[in-house]
Design a protein around this ligand. Sequence first.
Ligand SMILES: [Mn+2]
Length: 192
Amino acid sequence: MAFEWGTACRPKSGQSVSGDTFVIEPFADEQLLVGLIDGLGGGEEAALAANAAAEVFRAHPTYTPTDLLQQAHVRLHSTRGAVAALLVLSGGSRQAIYVGVGNIGAQVYSTQSIKPISKNGILGYRMPQLLTLRYTYNSGDTFVLFSDGVSSRFALETTLDSSAAPQELANILLHNYGKTTDDATVVVVRAF
Ligand SMILES: [Mn+2]
């Protein structure tokens, strides 16, 4: 098993549906497609947009992140739009590829300097020039993707146990850093 993961998600206070969603799709030989999507606004309409993007990503995990985001951009024209980040991990070569559009956070716990950033934009409305970031990771590195309903302050927290089991870490991050004023989602993947 090349990857372990955990996820935690909760809707904005007072909403029953989250406008955030995620994709974790193993494919090919020890590869993993990880996606986090935040539909604009909240509730059902936001969920509709986020789920449309998630469907595109799940349908073709072997496509490049750039192709997937372009496809989602077209697919989301008739929706509220969404922001999204994609991470592709290759277990054999320990390669990580990251491409993000809009405000999705990425924090990587590694001895390597892996600091993914996204370009401003909105799938369905305004596609930026996509930036494909490539890294080599170490066995045991931990990748955290989070929506803007989670405060990025956790990345500065020195007492946080980033080596905790992925599901435990996802729960802790959502509980301690989730904002009640927005949908909040954390995806944690440990790669070996
Ligand atoms: Mn949000």
